[in-house]
Write a protein that binds this ligand. Structure first.
Ligand code: ATP
Ligand code: MG
Length: 225
């Protein structure tokens, strides 16, 4: 187990509210080695975002474990988990989650600043250029289009060159050409830096560019061709 970069072992997730209990994930079990690319596919509401959030330690499983680089995510306390995440994981949310009071450039500089980078500005500018946003450095999220915000979120996740990039529909708000550029950027990082890529996508063509595809259906996962 500790030899894989990510090991998801017998993960269950149920949520209970006034209307009853919903079993979102039932016994999800797979592992990924460094440098692999995995697409997670499945219908809307099948639990893809829930699984990704559990893999990042942002949500907790009802049962089961997730190991990242040999560490059991849920045996760590909140601070240790945040430190592990900062060291290894980049996360792109389906809802972008940019910080509204910060410009595009400041949003991308922030993770570099938090990790003590000596010269964040040129590095952040370079990453924004790679996602095609050199002309939008000083714009605030509220004046950017959905696709532009998505690209800022991607630049923010990429800029620290994480070992693992977990991306929830990273091209979902982009036109075909821009989506292609972003996918190419993710695959470049996978090649150049050995970034392990886990990608939720509804786009069959994108999923086929990953090494493996994991289909989530009725709370269960299976690797498909
Ligand atoms: N905290 C929660 N309380 C109640 N239901 C929840 C909660 N979180 C998720 N769900 C439900 O669990 C199911 C899975 O949600 P999830 O967001 O993981 O789906 P998804 O596969 O990412 O869907 P999409 O493709 O639309 O993004 C959905 O039916 C959702 O409504
Ligand atoms: Mg989702």
């Amino acid at each position: 187990m500790s030899s894989s970069l990510i090991a998801v072992s017998h993960v269950y997730k149920s949520v209970t509210d006034a209307t009853g209990t919903l079993d979102i994930l039932r016994d999800i079990d797979f592992s990924l080695n460094a440098q692999q690319t995995l697409a997670i596919v499945g219908a809307s509401g099948s639990g893809k975002s829930t699984l990704l959030a559990i893999m990042a330690g942002l949500d907790t499983p009802t049962q089961g474990t997730v190991h990242i680089a040999g560490q059991d995510l849920f045996l760590l306390d909140e601070d240790q988990r945040a430190a592990l995440r900062a060291k290894h994981i980049g996360f792109v949310f389906q809802s972008f989650q940019l910080l509204a009071p910060l410009t595009a450039l400041e949003n991308v500089m922030l993770p570099l600043e938090l990790s003590g980078h000596p010269n964040p500005k040129p590095v952040a500018k370079e990453m924004l250029a790679r996602v095609g946003l050199s002309e939008r450095l000083n714009h605030y999220p509220k004046v950017m289009s959905g696709g532009e915000q998505q690209r800022v979120a991607l630049a923010r996740a990429f800029v620290v060159k994480p070992d693992v990039l977990l991306a929830d529909e990273p091209t979902g708000s982009l036109d075909h050409a821009t989506g292609e550029k972003v996918m190419a950027l993710m695959l470049d990082l996978n090649q150049e830096l050995g970034t392990t890529l886990v990608l939720v996508t509804h786009d069959i063509a994108l999923s086929q560019r990953c090494d493996q595809r994991l289909l989530i259906e009725a709370g269960q996962a299976q690797l498909i061709g």
